[in-house]
Every structure is written in structure tokens, then in C-alpha cells.
Design a protein around this ligand. Structure first.
Ligand code: NAD
Length: 305
């Protein structure tokens, strides 16, 4: 059996997998464009993903779906996106929209996944899920679908951040306990939560590499008498807010006579859209299973242990 990052299994036999994968693999074998449906098409991420797909000759927008009653419903997708007409009308009916599709990309809302996932039962449609804030109920529906189709779920699809996660694991393991780890993130003035989920994931990656599984190891930096560092089992996380910063994360490895800093800066949503499109292409050649962006990038085992 193939075991994915979260321990879910997928079929071992490539023949068995191919039989299940049907159209997605056919698209690759026949070298016809991969047919991608985008749900939440009018959203900020939906639009960024559609713009990205439309630039790729090997991908085809099979459907762009919005909620019933949305101003885009039934209109030409190209016009809605501020481009030339495409001859593709924006859809509202999921069942029809998914008929001629190989892979779905969903950046919407957990409530939408509760509606979408039951409809996918019995289908082998690949799914790239970038929607965040997923409840246990949604996660278990995603796992059910992953038994029949390849599914990529990631709260941050930026390629750079996912490479950074692998690099942090590697650096933490290579540098060892003599280096203290701290994470600092900066976001625009409107961001309500702190620290970001990505900052926490980076801190966790550093702790994982040191074999520390206790979530208590992540310490939010505050003012006042915060006490001395408790050593290798601690990663401090801090947050700054201001301006229009799309997202910046720095991981510091602070040694006695030197320090290493790894920084990622997101400039705009294209970073996430390009990651989603990369995941869709990757899925097209995959057996059913529950995958992460780390799997997509081949970073699942980098620097572990
Ligand atoms: P948005 O509000 O601009 O767009 C959301 C879209 O989903 C809209 O088109 C809306 O109509 C649609 N939608 C919402 N609820 C729906 C429902 N119940 N049924 C049908 N359609 C529904 O938001 P956004 O900035 O595009 O972000 C969308 C999601 O993607 C969020 O969960 C966000 O956190 C996540 N996100 C993930 C990444 C990543 O890398 N994984 C990056 C950015 C954003």
C-alpha cells in the first residue's frame, strides 16, 4: 500500500489505481487538456485561480461555478473576469458543471464543501481543497472521497511556504539543539487573527524535526517578564500587523556565534493560485488518496526525524 503523509492508504497496484482513475489519466495519456472546474469562481481566490488556468495551454476550464442568484450566473466567464469572451457560461448547477470535469479546485467556505462532497460519492473526480477552517465533519467527508479519488488539502498552497516547511525541518535537524528557533510573521493591518496558521505550522515543523510532539512547545511571545527560553523544546512565535503586507514569515535559527534566517514573502494571491494549479496537475496522475502540498512537492519526508 502507498501511505500518504497523514497515514491514509491508497491502492498499491498501479493497474488497480489506473482502472479507478479513468478520465483523469486518459487526459494525460491522450495529452488533451486537463478539465478543471473551479467552485467559488467569483471569490478572490476563485478569480485568481481561473486567471491562472486560462494562461495554461494544458488546462481547460470545464466549468466555473457560483452560488445560484449570483450576478455572474449565466454570464460569459471571460467577460466576468475582465477578459475577452470565452464562450463558457458561469454555472450554478454543480451536477451539470461536474459532468465534463477531471479535477475540481475549491477555495470557498466549509459550508460549501458539506454540499459538494456528498455529490462526489462514487465519482473519481480529483479535488484540490484550499478552503480553510475545515470542521471534523468536512475533514471526514474529504477522507471518504479520498478513498475513491486523489484529494489534496492544504491551508497554504503557496509553493514557497511549502518549500519553507521542508527547509525548516531540514535546518532544524541539521543545526541541532544548539540553535534556538523563533518565528516572526507580518501581515496587513486588516488581519484579525494572530499568529497566522502558517507561522504555527512552521513552528511545528521545527519541533517535529527535533522529535518534540508536544504542542505546548509553541510559545507565543508577549510583553513583560516572559522568562528565559526553556531550550530545544520551545519555539517562540511573534506577530506584527500593518500596511498592506500580504504575508511574510521568517524562521530564525539563533546559534551562539551565528544565525540562519529563512524568509518567505507572499506578494499577492497568485502565490496560492499557482500552487492550486500545480496540485491539480499533480493529481491528474495520482491514485486515490489524501495528500498534502508537501506530497505534491515531494517534500513529505524531507528533513524529518
Ligand atoms: P472570498 O470570500 O473572496 O470567496 C469565497 C467564494 O466562495 C465566493 O465566491 C463565495 O460566493 C463562495 N461561497 C462561500 N460560501 C459558499 C457556499 N456555502 N456555497 C457556495 N459558494 C460559497 O474568499 P477567498 O479570499 O477567495 O478565500 C476562499 C477560501 O480560500 C477561504 O477559506 C480562505 O481562507 C482560503 N484560502 C486558502 C489559501 C490556501 O493557500 N489554501 C489561500 C487563500 C485563501
Amino acid at each position: 500500500m502507498n501511505t500518504t503523509q497523514d497515514g491514509t492508504s491508497s491502492p498499491a497496484s498501479s493497474l488497480e489505481a489506473r482502472a479507478q482513475d479513468g478520465d483523469r489519466l486518459t487526459a494525460q495519456l491522450e495529452r488533451r487538456p486537463l478539465r478543471v472546474a473551479v467552485t467559488g469562481a467569483s471569490g478572490r481566490m476563485g478569480q485568481a485561480i481561473l486567471q491562472e488556468i486560462l494562461e495554461q495551454p494544458d488546462l481547460h476550464v470545464s466549468s466555473a461555478v457560483v452560488r445560484a442568484g449570483h450576478a455572474w450566473a449565466g454570464r460569459d466567464l471571460g467577460i466576468c473576469l475582465g477578459r475577452l469572451p470565452l464562450g463558457t457560461l458561469v454555472a450554478t448547477d454543480l451536477a451539470v458543471a461536474l459532468e465534463e470535469t477531471d479535477v475540481i479546485i475549491d477555495f470557498t467556505h466549509p459550508g460549501h464543501l458539506l454540499e459538494l462532497l456528498p455529490r462526489l460519492r462514487g465519482s473519481n473526480l480529483g479535488l484540490v481543497c484550499g478552503t480553510t477552517g475545515l470542521s471534523e465533519e468536512v475533514l471526514s467527508l474529504l477522507r471518504v472521497h479520498a478513498q475513491e479519488a486523489p484529494v489534496v488539502v492544504a491551508a497554504n498552497m503557496s509553493l514557497g511556504v511549502n518549500v519553507l516547511l521542508g527547509l525548516v525541518r531540514q535546518a532544524a535537524a541539521l543545526l541541532g539543539d544548539g540553535f534556538d528557533l523563533e518565528v516572526l510573521e507580518i501581515h496587513h493591518r486588516f488581519k484579525k487573527d494572530a499568529p497566522s496558521g502558517t507561522a504555527l505550522a512552521l513552528a511545528k515543523a521545527g519541533l517535529d524535526a527535533r522529535g518534540v510532539t508536544d504542542a505546548q512547545g509553541i510559545v507565543l511571545r508577549e510583553q513583560g517578564m516572559i522568562g528565559a527560553r526553556s531550550g530545544r523544546e520551545e519555539v517562540g512565535v511573534g506577530a506584527l500587523r500593518g500596511g498592506s503586507v500580504a504575508g511574510e514569515h521568517t524562521v530564525y535559527f539563533l546559534g551562539s556565534g551565528e544565525r540562519l534566517e529563512l524568509t518567505h514573502r507572499a506578494v499577492d494571491r497568485r502565490a496560492f493560485a499557482q500552487g492550486a494549479v500545480r496540485a491539480a496537475r499533480w493529481l491528474a496522475e495520482r491514485a486515490p488518496g489524501y495528500y498534502s502540498m508537501q506530497d505534491v512537492l515531494g517534500l513529505s519526508s524531507t528533513g524529518r526525524g
